[in-house]
Design a protein around this ligand. Sequence first.
Ligand SMILES: [Zn+2]
Length: 600
Amino acid sequence: MSHVLAAVAWPYANGPRHIGHVSGFGVPSDVFARYMRMAGHDVLMVSGTDEHGTPIQVQADADGVTPRELADRYNRVIVEDLHGLGLSYDLFTRTTTRNHYAVVQELFEGMYRNGYIVPKTTMGAISPSTGRTLPDRYIEGTCPICGYDSARGDQCDNCGNQLDPIDLIDPKSRINGETPKFVETEHFFLDLPALADVLRQWLDTREGWRPNVLRFSRNLLDDLQPRAITRDLEWGVPIPLDGWRDRPDKRIYVWFDAVIGYLSASIEWARRSGDPEAWRRWWSADGEGKDARSYYFMGKDNIVFHSVIWPALLSGYSGEGSRDGEPGELGQLNLPTEVVSSEYLTMEGRKFSSSRKVVIYVRDFLERYDADALRYFIAAAGPESNDTDFTWAEFLRRNNDELVAGWGNLVNRCVSMAAKNFGAIPSIDPAGLTEADEALLATARAGFDTVGDLIGRHRQKQAIGEAMKVVAEANRYLSEQAPWKLKDEADKPRMGTILHVALQVISDANTLLTPFLPHSAQQVHELLGRTGVHAPMPVIEQVDDLDGGPSYPVLTGDYTVGARWESVPLEAGTPLAAPKPVFRKLDPSIVDEELARLAG
Ligand SMILES: [Zn+2]
């Protein structure tokens, strides 16, 4: 057993999340965490909503609410959506807690003391009418390199070059069209070049990463520049230095604070657990957490923050860059074991876009379909290692042909037949098992190693494929053995044996599918006459801020209960009732209905 941190990307709280967001990291991280717990590891799975930064400020202004009110609204929506999907967070919190502010400031101070955060004078754009800083992405103008007339302040989408807003020809504010003014402004920078060597050494020791992630991360190290970590903005974590702390117009940059959320959420979880130091078992590099492993789940656009920036912060805080230094009061902290990045999901051939209505929000999806139907699609056909297209036709096919006809039907037929003919799990004929019986049981048992190993290596598509192979084998076995033909009283012991074998394999396949399909796994568990929790579910709790801030909802749960990653022998004689279908067959008309909704 070991300590395993599942660190899941933080959704930005400026709107509801669509299925593309949860496909990339939400569901895959839950599958991984559930499997690791079932395999006996001590898992801590944390995340929360990312609530600072200019986009939320801008949208709050447009909606006539405060940024906090806007963040409150979408934090709740996102918490409810993730709950609906059954994502088993130990703690899903948010970045506006006082605990988070304190941890962010502690990291800032520690890095500053060690010399990895340095002040620098730069030219910043402000809006002449409001006096407020205009972030790069809210400035638009003509690209000085290729002449494209809608280049953004940070990047030209036409030629792909990185830009500085001051270089744009004829810059304009995208908020109100006015011409920005450029003024001298002081900011703090993360001295990434001083951390490049330690990052390179660390990357050289990484094993098992997806090759594209490792290659991309190494390339970033070749051209590391100091990076601004503060902005002229009112909405964010205050800068914890004398002369800055009380300034209302300077804040820590949102990406710097959000990435520290993995640590602050772990600390919050520990404080809520009654053992405030418990987080160290997953984080402490020189203490009880030194053998812990940490896995970070995100979409590919976020790799840089997890494979370069976050390890740089941790190394700087621990005093491990070229300027040396001492660890702060949290001690030396573990760097990521693995950065697990997914590719993009598109929808009917197009990029998801809330503004162009190429979207289906998690909430709307769950109103019309079951969570496990989506979880199945994501696991079997999601963007694990390639950009992948979600189509309603393919969703329908996978739901009806694979989930309903393949798996649900197997469960239903076997439980019905056993309930009707025996009223209970039948016993095995004293004459014993045939070769075919033994072979099927062995196939199912072998699945625990195969499927477990694949999930552990983040090959979930292959893993669920292997689990569904067990289901296919069981269906073939059933057709070949045809227990429904054994109607004579003399044949009944053999019928019982076949059904016992089939139900045992259903029980095993159900355990193999539990990390992917926790809701239906609980139902199948109960259909087999068992009681108690098989697949634990998260709960939403309204909690008080630990340090006196406003209360907020969190996702949490008791995941110490539930099935282990092993075959559990059925007990003959366990009563069985006639089953209800586990999955819903969808009418083919949903495809046209959904496409009509998309066309709007
Ligand atoms: Zn350009």
